[in-house]
Design a protein around this ligand. Structure first.
Ligand code: NI
Length: 139
């Protein structure tokens, strides 16, 4: 049996968004999305946790070099979202309503092929202290 170890990199970022459907009025959007549909945007302070699972390399004692995971998350995700407007500026969210559910899907797709050792196990996003959203790939 493989001895799988799970390693996590945590990052925080601040981003603006608006949840809305173009075909709905502001009132209808408010009914569907609540405060997050404010037509003049608003922001959240997000916390992201990226978990990689794998065997411990005998040579290094690592699953994967956490410094490398940090760089991968920073370059591909944080630079795309931090102090950005998720509706307008984040390439991997193009065409998606920027709910946290869709953000974890977008982040997963961005990262899944870039993990050099082990494999991407989970992407977890805290929108507030009390709400978080997690994707672990297709069941
Ligand atoms: Ni919001």
């Amino acid at each position: 049996m493989a001895k799988t170890v799970y390693i996590t990199r945590r990052e925080t970022f601040a981003a603006a968004h608006r949840l809305f459907k173009m075909e709905l009025s502001d009132e209808e959007n408010f009914k569907l999305f609540g405060k997050c549909s404010n037509p003049n945007w608003h922001g959240h302070n997000y916390t992201l946790e990226v978990v990689v699972a794998g065997d411990v390399d005998n040579d290094t004692g690592f699953v994967m070099d956490l410094q490398e995971l940090k760089e991968i998350v920073k370059t591909n995700i944080i630079e795309e979202v931090d102090h950005k407007n998720l509706n307008l500026e984040t390439k991997f969210m193009k065409g998606m309503i920027p709910t946290s559910e869709n953000i974890v899907l977008g982040i997963w797709d961005e990262l899944k092929d870039k993990i050099s050792k082990g494999k991407l196990y989970s992407v977890k996003l805290y929108e507030t202290e009390n709400n978080y959203f997690e994707y672990k790939g297709e069941l």
